[in-house]
Design a protein around this ligand. Structure first.
Ligand code: ZN
Length: 159
């Protein structure tokens, strides 16, 4: 395999890694009890209000490094956060790998992301405040990500 193909494939998988991190705001903030805006960058610890910086927001990696606890107050971060990040990253990567990094594989991996969101919304219920507008914002972000990753997949076919 050429170097260019490898770089394109790595870029697609790296995109999924960041999307798995985004899932914790894009999906969890739509669920019952949440009042945070889906697209607000700032994340704070639910216990002490400490600001969660960029390093601490890295999916999977941060959970393992900080042993599933807030760096400031030591409050446990729900295991469901890690489970969601792993599910999204592994699921999207696997579908794309199985379909040979084709544009269809990318499209289906995003369908999987939407399926995860639908299942969680059905199981946990949706937020009471501004659900419709926040849902539209969440879908818009995912569509933008889809366009970026499809562009990477098309680039991969041409190298
Ligand atoms: Zn804390």
């Amino acid at each position: 395999m050429s170097r260019e193909k490898l770089i394109c494939r790595a870029a697609i998988l790296l995109s999924y890694y960041f999307i798995s991190g985004m899932a914790t705001t894009n999906i969890l903030r739509l669920l019952k009890g949440s009042t945070h805006r889906v697209n607000a960058w700032e994340c704070r610890c639910a216990s002490c209000g400490g600001r969660i910086n960029v390093l601490m927001q890295q999916p999977i990696f941060s959970y393992l490094v900080f042993r599933g606890r807030c760096r400031y107050c030591g409050a446990p971060i729900p295991k469901s956060t890690l489970a969601l990040e792993l599910t999204v990253f592994a699921g999207m990567s696997l579908i794309t790998l199985l379909l040979g990094f084709s544009w269809l594989g990318v499209l289906l991996s995003f369908a999987f992301f939407e399926l995860v969101r639908a299942v969680l919304l059905l199981r946990c219920g949706h937020r009471e405040e501004h659900f419709v507008s926040q849902y539209i914002a969440a879908v818009a972000v995912v569509l933008l990500c889809l366009l970026i990753v499809e562009f990477e997949a098309l680039l991969l076919q041409s190298v």
